[in-house]
Ligand binder design. Structure first.
Ligand SMILES: C[S@@+](CC[C@H](N)C(=O)[O-])C[C@H]1O[C@@H](n2cnc3c(N)ncnc32)[C@H](O)[C@@H]1O
Length: 311
């Protein structure tokens, strides 16, 4: 896929109807030869829309108006390029716990949670957040995670979590203002509710920090899994991570996680973690697949705002 195609696809598939500002920007970049030529100097994995837009936001540049964005990007390319080379998209979305909850609450309790690609670890607190599925509420506290869910028996309790650990190539620390400013910059411009959710979830994590280990999801998973308490159900999970992992390493990870005792919960795009015989997604735009132990269960939206259980 060319860089132009990647930006057009991001506009049509990921941000249409979800972030009008980024839809405008990504459509404009897909036709902007000057900016595309600059992006093509970067390694392919560093050309992503989320990374470019996140860096420009983090630098304080304009992301609402495509013409202003173009001028700023061209004028400031050396600093933008330098930041894109050292940063990665590490969006940490606590809202994804709303689509994890039905699976986690149904497993034998208590749970030992091990998240690979954990970023700052905000998805490691499904027991501390509150949930609203339409009129159905579960749990208490902040943040309250709203999810439009259909086709499933909704959970009636939060899980009991006795151990929580995360593995990431570059763990972020919610008590570090520099890390928080990057997490904030990665949130799409109009999404003030997600900014408030980031702050509320960060307060939960700061009050009881998770064990976050710097490492690779293949090479370092067995050693971290071995630290989980034996009298809890080990759950290895990941959400929106494997698209950042080269295909042979994804395959190695799947082989490894299947060999571990306990359960494996994944939320990934279907082209990243494919399954046979998936039903048609319930609408346009990117839908991820929630799966338990390799069995697909539901379509989920990117930030946990909706889920449709398979019939
Ligand atoms: C898009 S973020 C998602 C974070 C979190 N799972 C969530 O849903 O909020 C992907 C994370 O995966 C991490 N990552 C990418 N490749 C990895 C690898 N090989 N091993 C461990 N972590 C990895 C990145 O550093 C990043 O923090």
């Amino acid at each position: 896929m060319t860089t132009a195609e990647a930006y057009a696809r991001f506009a049509n598939r990921e941000v249409r109807g979800v972030s009008p500002a980024y839809e405008r920007l990504s459509q404009a970049v897909s036709r902007d030869r000057e900016v595309l030529a600059l992006l093509d100097r970067l390694p392919p994995a560093k050309r992503q829309p989320n990374l470019l837009f996140g860096v420009v936001r983090w630098l304080g540049g304009p992301v609402e108006d495509p013409a202003a964005f173009h001028d700023y990007t061209v004028a400031n390319w050396p600093v933008i390029e330098a930041q894109m080379r050292v940063r990665a998209t590490q969006t940490n979305e606590a809202g994804r716990c709303a689509v994890l909850l039905p699976v986690l609450a149904a497993l034998p309790q208590p749970l030992a949670l091990l998240e690979v690609g954990a970023s700052a670890g905000l998805c490691l607190y499904p027991d501390r957040y509150a949930y609203r599925y339409g009129d159905h509420q579960v749990g208490s506290g902040e943040p309250v995670l709203e999810c439009a869910a259909s086709g499933l028996a909704l959970p009636t309790r939060v899980p009991q979590v006795v151990w929580r650990a995360g593995l990431d190539l570059n763990p972020l620390d919610v008590t570090n203002p520099a890390d928080m400013s990057w997490l904030d910059a990665l949130i799409w411009p109009e999404h003030e509710h997600r900014r408030a959710r980031l702050r509320a979830a960060a307060a939960v994590a700061a009050a009881d920090p998770p064990l976050l280990v710097r490492g690779d999801l293949v090479d370092d998973l067995p050693a971290l899994a071995a630290r989980a308490p034996a009298d809890a159900t080990l759950v290895v999970f990941h959400t929106s991570v494997l698209y950042q992992v080269p295909v042979p390493r994804r395959e190695a990870f799947v082989r490894l996680v299947r060999e571990l005792s306990g359960h494996w919960v994944s939320i990934e795009a279907p082209e990243v973690l494919p399954y046979d015989g998936l039903p048609t997604p319930p609408g346009e735009g990117l839908h991820n697949v929630l799966a338990l132990d390799g069995t697909p269960l539901a379509w989920t939206r990117g930030h946990g705002q909706a889920m449709t259980w398979f019939g």
